[in-house]
Design a protein around this ligand. Structure first.
Ligand code: ADP
Ligand code: MG
Length: 678
């Protein structure tokens, strides 16, 4: 049961199965004034009137509990005989559990019980560990209390000193509790302060090793892994830069291109994350650095998360590269088999320079002649394993640039991308006016529609987006269709033209509607979040988001980024129902207050926790059990810097004090190392 339900296989696992809270047995509640909201309370009193009640085939044991302020009922459905024999009338007990109201009387089912005199014996141990269990384990008698009995036994048998797992220098520097004491204290602290200290040590250790895993990889890669050396900036790059660049680069774009260029000529394989807010011009950076790869005799590919985006990138590339003589192709799932086959064979022969596409790019039968550079757009949509597949498409690993428009809060970036170099575009192209954001409800719909008419009359275009959390949900699709119909009535043809796009449509139909909107033939684009990432229509100035309370902050930010791409003033209107939960209200207020992607990402992390940040839950890298990326930011930082300094001074971990770290690395060598590429 321990193994199956709680993943505890060894004494070591049990030792690290920490209680999720400490119950203070000295904090006793009374029957007449306890807090019914609390999940677990301690009472102190006597038990009387024990009797078995049989109804049909089942029987239960009932008893009355008094603590001098009032009475409660205790009830057991299992283990009746044993309980009956072990409880004695008149003895003072600690009775623990959650009282629930049943037929007008408070009752605790299967309370934890121990003699109150125990408490005196263990005067120093007034804290009782509470362990998490599963429904199944509880039903089979493996309760928190039973686990506590195991850990107690384990403590008695624990050697006085377990080998230390952190370097002494680190322990001294951060005043950490020594390992054996910390492990004991995590289960059986004398005081809450001690428990906090132990917890801090355990959190630090967790973060420290997490950092070590990734940073060690990065260091090892930097020192040992070969990459293609792109020694020249050649003809194509220069031709583009001098003759085809549509606008001057921003300072940030120049800086980032330089950083990438440095990596590319270093002889080491590049793994770089490029963060830049929506509209900051990442595509141009991708294009120009791809030209460097081409100038050095390699092929490059650009991978996007949706067909719409891939198609758009392809169109942009073709437009910008017109007349430079570069062979660019688009590979997406909806191509006909003949076309796909021809692209693949030309790719393998080296007759294609740049391949743009979706997941289709990573299928096994897509083979490059000489893949030197991979750009992945909108990183968080791709699973780590998918990226790892790209790695294997070339005998010399290609340089990799991962671009994300979802700004990642710094703590999270430190944790998730500890093995990546980071570049940031922190400057928008000139002439952008901040988007004005406001909040509306149904009562303001007439005003909203008037505003939309006004903008359309000025030659602008409008997005109206509906949440489609799960594209298979009929309800959501109905919302979208109803919305479309009601808009069609308020914006009648032929004066107004509407487009509609959602994930259930065939790819050609989607592309057709997107094209019409892009060309300005339709005024309003009604869609689901398929337009969320990357779609670029500079003439669109209004983004209406329906049921905005159902979106997360980063998603709202992404959506809003679809407007404000041309020169004109743009607007985002967040439509919600009337009464919002306080969390939703905070999200909407944050959106109205700022357009800074990093500020929004930080707020998102605070409001929703890291596991909920879009796409990150699948990443499988946030497997921290103790540390909290929001609350423990200083620890994350300290662990990261410490690991960095250690590896700087001793990259192969040869110093005696670093022995535990070397041992750890040796033990994890055989596991899949996704960190290599993410
Ligand atoms: P994102 O970083 O969100 O992918 P894009 O690459 O799509 O942003 O660029 C957003 C818009 O800004 C595009 O229309 C692009 O042509 C334009 N743009 C990019 N760089 C510049 C620049 N240096 N000056 C002016 N406009 C630019
Ligand atoms: Mg983009």
């Amino acid at each position: 049961m321990l193994a199956k339900e709680l993943d505890i296989h060894t004494y070591g696992d049990l030792l690290h199965y920490f209680p999720y809270r400490m119950l203070d047995r000295s904090r006793v509640s009374t029957v007449d004034s306890f807090d019914p909201e609390e999940n677990y309370l301690v009472f102190r009193g006597r038990i009387s009137d024990m009797h078995t009640v049989t109804t049909g085939r089942s029987s239960r044991l009932e008893a009355t509990f008094f603590d001098g302020t009032g009475g409660m009922q205790l009830v057991w459905f299992q283990g009746i005989k044993w309980i009956k024999e072990s409880l004695k009338a008149g003895v003072v007990y600690l009775v623990m559990g959650k009282p629930t109201l049943y037929n007008g009387v408070y009752q605790i089912a299967h309370p934890d019980i121990e003699a109150a005199s125990m408490d005196d014996e263990h005067r120093n141990h007034s804290y009782m560990p509470v362990y998490s269990t599963t429904e199944k384990s509880k039903a089979r008698g493996l309760t928190s209390k039973v686990i506590a009995r195991y850990t107690q036994t384990l403590m008695q048998q624990l050697p006085p000193r377990l080998p230390e797992t952190l370097p002494q220098s680190v322990i001294a520097k951060f005043h950490l509790m020594e390992r054996t004491q910390a492990l004991r204290t995590m289960h059986y602290p004398d005081t809450m302060e001690q428990w906090q200290q132990a917890l801090m040590r355990e959190k630090f250790e967790e973060l420290f090793y997490h950092q070590l895993d990734y940073q060690y990889l990065r260091t090892a890669r930097r020192l040992h892994s070969v990459g293609r050396t792109f020694g020249v900036v050649g003809e194509r790059f220069n031709d583009f830069y001098h003759n085809h660049l549509p606008f001057p680069l921003t300072g940030a774009q120049k800086r980032v291109i330089k950083e990438i260029r440095e990596d590319m000529r270093s002889g080491r394989q590049m793994n770089r994350l490029l963060q830049g807010d929506v509209g900051s011009g990442k595509t141009l950076v991708a294009l120009m650095t791809i030209l460097i790869a081409l100038d050095n005799g390699c092929q490059a590919c650009l991978m996007a998360p949706t067909e719409i985006l891939a198609t758009q990138h392809y169109a942009n590339f073709q437009r910008m590269l017109d007349g430079i003589g570069i062979r660019t192709e688009l590979l997406v799932g909806s191509l006909n088999p003949g076309k796909k086959k021809s692209i693949k064979s030309r790719l393998a022969n080296g007759d294609i320079d740049i391949l743009i596409g979706t997941h289709a790019l990573i299928e096994d039968n897509v083979q490059f002649a000489r893949l030197g550079y991979v750009v992945i757009d909108e990183q968080h949509r791709f699973g780590v394993e998918q990226r790892a597949k790209l790695w294997s498409k070339s005998d010399i690993p290609p340089h990799i640039l991962v671009m994300t428009a979802t700004p990642i809060p710094r703590t999270l970036a430190m944790t998730l991308y500890a093995d990546l170099e980071c570049s940031v575009i922190d400057e928008l192209p000139p002439g952008r006016q901040p988007i004005r954001t406001s909040h509306g409800t149904d009562a303001q719909r007439a005003v909203l529609f008037n505003f939309m008419r006004q903008e359309i009359a000025r030659g602008r275009q409008v997005y109206v987006v509906y949440p489609l959390i799960n594209e298979s949900e009929k309800m959501d699709l109905k919302d979208l269709m109803d919305g479309y119909e009601s808009l069609s009535r308020s914006f009648p043809q032929p004066q107004y033209q509407l487009s509609i796009v959602h994930g259930k449509m065939p790819a050609e139909a989607k592309a057709y509607e997107m094209d019409r909107f892009k060309r300005g033939e339709t005024h309003i684009m009604v869609s689901t979040t398929v337009i969320e990432v990357g779609v670029d229509v500079p003439n669109a100035t209004v983004m209406v988001i329906e049921n905005a309370e159902r979106f997360g902050l980063s998603q709202l930010h992404q959506l809003r980024g679809r407007v404000g791409r041309g020169g004109g003033q743009s607007y985002c209107i967040l439509m919600t129902k009337d009464n919002l939960s306080s969390n939703s209200r905070q999200r909407i207020e944050t959106m109205c207050a700022t357009t800074d992607g990093f500020a929004i990402a930080e707020a998102d992390l605070r409001l929703r926790g890291p596991g909920d940040l879009s796409g990150l839950q699948q990443s499988g890298m946030l497997d921290l059990r103790l540390a909290d990326l929001v609350d423990d930011e200083p620890l994350v930082r300290a662990a990261r810097d410490e690991v960095h300094d250690i590896l700087e001074a001793d990259p192969d971990l040869q110093q005696p004090d670093h022995f535990p770290l070397r041992k750890h690395i040796a033990n994890t060598k055989n596991q899949p190392q996704w960190g290599k590429i993410s």
